[in-house]
Design a protein around this ligand. Structure first.
Ligand code: GLN
Length: 487
C-alpha cells in the first residue's frame, strides 16, 4: 500500500497546504478505509462521516494565507471516546452513557479543530479508561492491527489501532496509568504521556483526576511533537493546568553527551524479546554518543499496588455522578435509591464495579490510613526517587511494557496479570512526569517498543531522544489487515 494514507501527519499537512492533495481527498481516503475495516477491527465507536466531510470542504475554502496559519491543516484525527465533543455520541465505552450527546467539546479537541484538524470519529476504549486491553469496552474489543487474535492494549486501544491501521493519521488518547503508552507499544506507534498539567483535562471524562492526562498517539515522534504543540498550554477551565508554553516542535535528534539512566536489574516475568529490543536500543544510543548510567526504578511493584488503590479511590468518587438522574441511562425504579442501584447495576460493567467497590473500601472510615494513606506515602517516595534519579541522569530508558501484545481473552480471568502490563508505566503518572513510548521494530510480526521518561516539562528532550531511537530502529511498515480475529 502506498498513497495518501502512508503520509505522516507532518508530511500530509505539507501536502494539503501545497495543494498536492486536497483536504477532501485526504479525509475521503481515511473514511473509505474506515468503511472497509472498522467492522472487523472495531476501532471506532462512532464515525463522524458527515461532519468530517463537511469540515474538509470548509477548509478548502480558506485562502493560502489562512491555511498557512493552521499547523494541522486538513489532518484527519481520531479522538478517544472519553473526550467530549459537541456532535456524535460520547460513551466512554460504557452502557451507562449509551446515547449520551455532550453539549460542548473538550479543550483539546477545540484546539485541534482550531488548528485545522478534522475529527474522523470516536475511538474505542476500555470502559471509563479502566483496562489494559480494550476488552472492557461495553461495545466489544478492538483487535490488534498486527494480529487480529491479539489485543491492541488499552485503554486507548481504539486510538492506537486507528493510527497503526491507517484508519486515522493521528489520535488523542488519555493516560492514567499507561493507557497511551501501553497501546502505542502494542500497536507499533508513538505515544506520549505529557507532564501532569501540561494538557487541559477540561472535557476529558474523569477516571482518576490526579493521574489523568490527555496526549498524542502518532506514527512518528515529530507528529507527536506537532500534536502536543497544539493541545498543550494553560486552560483556565482546568484547575491543575500549568502556565507553561507548549514545548518546541522540531527538536534535534542527537543524543551525544546525554546521560541516560538504564535499569540495573529487571523484574521476573519480563519477556526476553522485550528485553532484547531494549538492550539493542541501549547499545545503539551508546554508539550514538549517549552515556548509559545504571539506575534502579523506585519500587516498581509497590508503584503498581499504590496505583491500584489511588486510581480506584478517585474513580469511586468521580463515577458517583452516573446515577440515572443526570446523564445517559436511567432505569425505571421505585424511589431514588432504587433508581441509583438499578441504573448503576445495569450500566456499569464488572471491571468498573470492581474498582468502584475497591476504591470505596479503600476510602472508608477505619481503612483510609491502611490503604489510601499508605498508597499516598508510596506515591511520595516514588516522586522523591525520581527527583534523585533525574539529579544524576538527563532521562531514563526502560521498557514500556514487560510483554508483547497478548491474546484476546487470555488475561480476563486474572486481573493481576492484566494489571502487570502497567508495571513500567504507572509510576510516571504517580510522579506526574512525562514519558514517551517509541516503537523499535517487529519481532515475529509483533511490535516492540521502549519508553523514555524525564523530569517535569522535559518533553522536548524526550522528543529528541525519541527521534534518535527512531533513527536507529528499522522503519515500521504498515500492518497487513486481514479478515478474522478472535476465534
Ligand atoms: N491499565 C491501567 C488501568 O487499568 C491504566 C488505565 C489508564 O491509563 N487509563 O487502570
Amino acid at each position: 500500500m502506498s498513497g495518501p494514507l502512508d503520509l505522516s501527519l507532518t508530511e500530509a499537512v505539507g501536502a494539503t497546504k501545497s495543494g498536492g492533495i486536497s483536504t477532501s481527498e485526504l479525509v475521503r481516503a481515511y473514511l473509505a478505509r474506515i468503511a472497509r475495516w472498522n467492522d472487523t477491527y472495531h476501532v471506532f465507536l462512532d464515525v463522524l462521516e458527515e461532519s468530517a466531510t463537511r469540515r474538509a470542504r470548509e477548509l478548502e475554502q480558506l485562502s493560502a494565507e489562512e491555511r498557512e496559519a493552521l499547523p494541522l491543516y486538513g489532518a484527519p484525527i481520531a479522538i478517544k471516546d472519553n473526550l467530549v465533543l459537541d456532535r456524535g455520541s460520547t460513551t466512554a465505552g460504557s452502557r451507562i452513557l449509551e446515547g449520551y450527546h455532550a453539549p460542548y467539546a473538550a479543550t483539546v479537541v477545540e484546539r485541534l479543530e482550531r488548528a485545522g484538524a478534522v475529527v474522523l470519529g470516536k475511538a474505542n476504549l476500555d470502559e471509563f479508561a479502566m483496562g489494559s486491553s480494550t476488552e472492557h469496552s461495553a461495545y466489544g474489543p478492538t483487535l490488534n492491527p498486527w494480529d487480529p487474535a491479539r489485543v491492541p492494549g488499552g485503554s486507548s486501544g481504539g486510538s492506537a489501532a486507528a493510527v497503526a491501521a491507517r484508519l486515522g493519521l493521528a489520535a488523542l488518547g488519555s493516560d492514567t496509568g499507561g493507557s497511551i503508552r501501553q497501546p502505542a507499544a502494542y500497536c507499533g506507534v508513538v505515544g506520549l504521556l505529557p507532564t501532569y498539567g501540561r494538557v487541559s483535562r477540561y472535557g476529558l471524562i474523569a477516571f482518576a483526576s490526579s493521574l489523568d492526562q490527555v496526549g498524542p498517539i502518532t506514527r512518528t515522534v515529530d507528529d507527536a511533537a506537532a500534536l502536543l504543540a497544539v493541545i498543550a498550554g494553560f486552560d483556565p477551565r482546568d484547575q491543575t493546568s500549568l502556565h507553561e508554553p507548549p514545548p518546541a516542535v522540531f527538536p534535534e535528534a542527537s543524543v551525544k553527551g546525554l546521560r541516560l539512566g538504564v535499569l540495573s536489574s529487571y523484574p521476573d516475568g519480563m519477556d526476553p524479546v522485550v528485553r532484547a529490543a531494549l538492550e539493542q536500543t541501549m547499545r545503539a544510543l551508546q554508539d550514538a554518543g549517549a552515556h548509559l548510567v545504571p539506575v534502579e526504578l523506585p519500587e516498581p511493584t509497590r508503584a503498581l499496588a499504590a496505583y491500584y488503590v489511588i486510581a480506584p479511590a478517585e474513580a469511586s468518587s468521580n463515577l458517583s455522578r452516573y446515577d440515572g438522574v443526570r446523564y445517559g441511562l436511567r432505569k425505571d425504579a421505585e424511589g431514588l435509591y432504587a433508581l441509583y442501584d438499578e441504573t448503576r447495576a445495569a450500566g456499569f460493567g464488572t471491571e468498573v464495579k470492581n474498582r468502584v467497590m475497591l476504591g470505596t473500601f479503600a476510602l472508608s472510615a477505619g481503612y483510609y490510613d491502611a490503604y489510601y494513606g499508605r498508597a499516598m506515602a508510596v506515591r511520595k517516595t516514588i516522586a522523591e526517587g525520581y527527583d534523585r534519579i533525574f539529579g544524576q541522569v538527563d532521562a531514563l530508558l526502560c521498557p514500556t511494557t514487560p510483554d508483547l501484545p497478548f491474546r484476546l481473552g487470555e488475561r480476563l480471568a486474572d486481573p493481576w496479570r492484566m494489571y502487570l502490563s502497567d508495571l513500567y508505566t504507572v509510576s510516571f503518572n504517580l510522579a506526574g512526569l512525562p514519558a514517551l513510548s517509541v516503537p523499535t521494530g517487529l519481532h515475529s510480526g509483533l511490535p516492540t517498543a521502549v519508553q523514555v521518561a524525564g523530569p517535569r516539562l522535559s518533553e522536548t528532550l524526550l522528543f529528541r531522544i525519541g527521534r534518535a531511537i527512531e533513527s536507529v530502529a528499522p522503519p515500521m511498515p504498515a500492518p497487513d489487515l486481514k479478515e478474522g480475529g478472535a476465534a
